[in-house]
Design a protein around this ligand. Sequence first.
Ligand code: FAD
Length: 453
Amino acid sequence: TVSVVLFTADLRLHDHPPLRAATGSADHVVPLFVRDRAIEAAGFAVPNRRAFLADCLRDLDAGLRERGGRLVVRGGAVVAQVCRLAREAGAAEVHMAAGPSGYAQERERRLREELAAQGGRLVVHDAVTCVVPPGAVTPAGSDHFAVFTPYFRQWSAQALRTPVPAPRRVSVPDGLGSERLPDRAGVPGTSPGLAAGGESEGRKRLAAWLRRGVEAYEERHDDLAGDATSRLSAHLHFGTLSPVEVAHRARRHAGAGAEAFVRQLAWRDFHQQVLAARPATAAADYRTRHDDWRGADAEPDVAAWREGRTGYPVIDAAMRQLAHEGWLHNRARLLTASFLTKTLYVDWRTGARHFLDLLVDGDIANNQLNWQWVAGTGTDTRPNRVLNPLAQARRYDPDGAYVRRWVPELRDLAAPAVHRPWTSPSGPPRGYPPPIADLSTALTRFRVGRGLT
Ligand code: FAD
């Protein structure tokens, strides 16, 4: 017998329930990745994620080859390609992971239907791309939690499934054609400091993080210059690490650091369960406020924000890091998102799109819903709070090391002037712009726009 395993956001061999089920029940397995034309056409296959994905596919293929198998890559419309391959291989079952987005849900529905029409069966596995699947815990009277704290209480009380080992052998039928594996070097336009992808790299990072980083996470995670977070987000996004395995291994470390880190994995699941229940929130407000977002007049401000020349050093440092690495620290994401949506009063969708264009971990659930959280159109219980970039800089980059790292024009300034270059006794450094917005005028504009005054 033959089964197909369709890899999506789960590009790994360790703790992979669909692969485990297929290798356990069929004589031959076809590990399949489809370069989905619809995802590419929708603009999600941006250079940073395409390059990271190329690493992931190569590493997955190498891992399969070590076990006697290989990865089959096809391109086109995903449902048609899977059905066609199932017919070619004579496969009765297709195994895959559940996904939270509207697109993933629809893909699953159509695959189930079209495979059934040709006599096959789709088997969908939960808790592959998350720790606790959407819908597994719900509050009374709703299909999802809108507030994190009660969600987290129930999430923490769930028994985790035991991670499954990587298969020892994978036997792939002969004669199935595959596209050439993509190569990171062939992807133009990537960020110069982009991290490497792939399961081997993810596992190394996880081991190093658990050995050296996690213990101090609680105290240090918000320190912008310290870079003291796991940087595992892209591996969790592409599924080169299993969130269930990460949670298990982190929980073996007693202490506040590991606890705080596991809590962040729950945030990831929290947004997934919101998106799974309300797929439209990928583009539409979760809670519509009275917002009169700025229009075309904001374009020069948006350009300055994107390019890291707003005149607010901590914002500019973050936007330049984003361009350089395709990654950004959570605090920096919060600050830049608050600056765009509240200080500049620009619609969150504009910022979310820019983040998705660059982030190597760019993810519909976590990006769109975190943006909405900051903009106050999402699940934040304090939707009108505005983060002051100067106060935040003083708190999270007290000596200015983060700003000096990313904004060379300010390299010679010490704190506090590095965060307020216009107060420098020698005058603002040459080449660095004055602030594009006055914070108190901006606050009034936001409050009026939102109908608060
Ligand atoms: P750590 O601090 O080490 O946390 C561990 C893991 O927990 C992360 O890898 C991530 O998977 C998860 N996590 C941490 N914080 C959050 C959070 N607030 N929400 C959901 N999951 C979280 N995360 C993405 O994975 N993709 C995105 O596209 C994304 N866009 C964001 C946009 C905005 C405006 C904001 C405020 C946050 C966004 N985040 C996103 C969440 C978070 O900023 C990143 O996951 C985190 O910075 C990644 O760094 P890390 O792996 O070192 O995180």
